[in-house]
Design a protein around this ligand. Structure first.
Ligand code: S3P
Length: 458
């Protein structure tokens, strides 16, 4: 088994420390955010399955992505970081994973767990996967059920949660599968397993989820097409298995989901003016931008690059007076990770912002509907909670603050609380800032750079 010291480099800077923020000066300047988390996971996994060396520039070095790199290293792939410039992966080819000697610990990373279940199922090996308390409480049946149809043997407790053992078949069965919920993680797991299948894997989605895997598979030379039937709205993705992947160079754009916290800060703090450079603007990821523009946000895109791999742009945003809207439920797959921060923004808008059709949020790193409701109510913001969403009654006043919010092992809840704190006189704190580094290492430094009053305590 090959290992690399280099992939263990990133440390948890804020472990066991609280973090606080309060109202201060405007948010301004030009800044970049770390690389996209979804694209980074996929670059490591597809690089590992290619034959030869792949280079990745701008890889997110957050805990989630490092968990994927470590797991791939346990699977026999050599992954190295070269100074601060790029990472290389010596791919072992489709079906080339070694049987790991260790249990693969994916920490907090749902994407790593689900995508790797698919990738491992394309190899005739046995592997065991686990994670932290948050990950071990998340449903895995959505991935294990279709993988079993493809021939994988999967062992888990009665509730289909981690820890899970997987035995990949000698050759996966090519299947046609209708996704029950729009989920890029499930779609990607089946495509990754399908790479080893002798034939065509077909996946149908009633609403298309993010397509980073499909775009990247094309870049690695895979035979994959996606078509949308405009009468039914169903998107169908077809992959022909058993084609070698060719190594390539990947430039990971800035993560729009990370940028959304900075966008929120600039929208909410008076006199703010911020530009976030080189952010991924894949249309299946930026539903929040449409929503904010409908609410009256002053946001513009410049230096747009319509790269076939992943489009990027600089996003400029300034303080705006916003009005509440009803967010269309069918937009949810395009902004699924942005609801906690949208709810924070909505607290400063005039009127009610309705967010429904998002039951899935209860199954993320935490129950994000309940965690967001608690965050807002702790600052006396009126919120209605529904089984499938929430409605925020905005009022454009400076909040009193003073609350300590539990992060619940959920990076996005932690960051949403810190952004809300920027609208409060005496500040808002989170009990544990460590989870933030799963997706946004350097969050505190970047927030300070753009003028936020934010401080940590060990
Ligand atoms: C992701 C897909 C989404 C998203 C997650 C990342 C991905 O999950 O919430 O943060 O990289 O594929 P679902 O596939 O469960 O919707």
């Amino acid at each position: 088994m090959k290992t690399s010291e280099n992939i263990c480099g990133e440390s948890k800077i804020f472990k066991n420390s609280t973090l606080s923020s309060k109202f201060g000066g405007p948010i301004s300047g030009e800044i970049e955010v770390p690389g996209d988390k979804s694209i980074s996971h996929r670059a490591l996994i597809l690089g590992s399955l290619a034959v030869g060396n792949t280079k990745i520039y701008g890889l997110l070095e957050g805990d989630d992505v490092i968990a994927t790199a470590k797991a791939l290293s346990e699977l026999g792939v050599e992954i190295k970081k070269h100074k601060n410039e790029y990472w290389t992966i010596s791919g072992v080819g489709i079906g080339g994973f070694e049987e790991p000697r260790q249990i693969l610990d994916l920490g907090n990373a749902g994407t790593a767990a689900r995508l790797l279940m698919g990738a491992i199922s394309g190899n005739p090996i046995t592997a065991f996967l686990t994670g932290d308390d948050s990950l071990c409480s998340r449903p895995m049946g959505r991935v294990t059920e279709p993988l079993k149809l493809m021939g994988a043997q999967i062992f888990s407790g009665s509730k289909d949660k981690l820890p899970i053992g997987i035995r990949g078949p000698d050759m996966p069965i090519p299947i046609e599968y209708d996704l029950k919920i729009p989920s890029a993680q499930v779609k990607s797991a089946l495509l990754l397993c399908g790479l080893s299948a002798p034939g065509e894997v077909i996946i149908n989605e009633s609403i298309q989820s993010r397509d980073h895997t499909e775009r990247m598979l094309k870049k690695f030379g895979s035979n994959i097409v996606t078509e949308t039937n405009h009468k039914t709205g169903i998107s169908t993705c077809r992959l022909i298995g058993q084609n070698e992947l060719c190594p390539t160079n990947i430039c990971v754009p800035g993560d729009f989901s990370s940028a959304s916290f900075l966008i929120a800060a600039a929208l909410m703090v008076p006199d703010s003016n911020l530009t976030i450079k080189n952010v991924g603007i894949n249309k299946l990821r930026i539903g929040l931008l449409d929503t904010l523009v409908e609410m009256g946000a002053k946001i513009s895109l410049s230096r747009t690059k319509n790269d076939e791999f992943e489009p990027t742009a600089d996003i400029s945003v300034s303080y705006s007076e916003l009005s509440g809207i009803n967010v269309p439920p069918e937009r949810s797959p395009m902004m699924i990770d942005e609801y906690p921060i949208l709810a924070v923004i909505a607290s400063a808008a005039k009127g009610i912002t309705q967010m429904r059709g998002i039951r899935e949020l209860r199954l993320k790193e935490s129950d994000r509907i309940s965690a967001t409701v608690n965050l807002l109510r702790a600052s006396d913001i009126v919120v209605d909670e529904y089984e499938d969403g929430l409605a925020v009654h905005g009022n454009n006043k400076l909040l009193k603050g003073g609350s300590l919010i539990p992060t619940l092992l959920d990076h996005r809840i932690g960051m949403a609380a810190i952004i809300l704190g920027l609208s409060s006189k005496s500040g808002i704190s989170i009990d544990d800032s460590a989870p933030i580094s799963t997706s946004f290492p350097g969050f505190v430094d970047i927030m300070k750079k753009i003028g936020a009053d934010i401080f940590s305590r060990q």
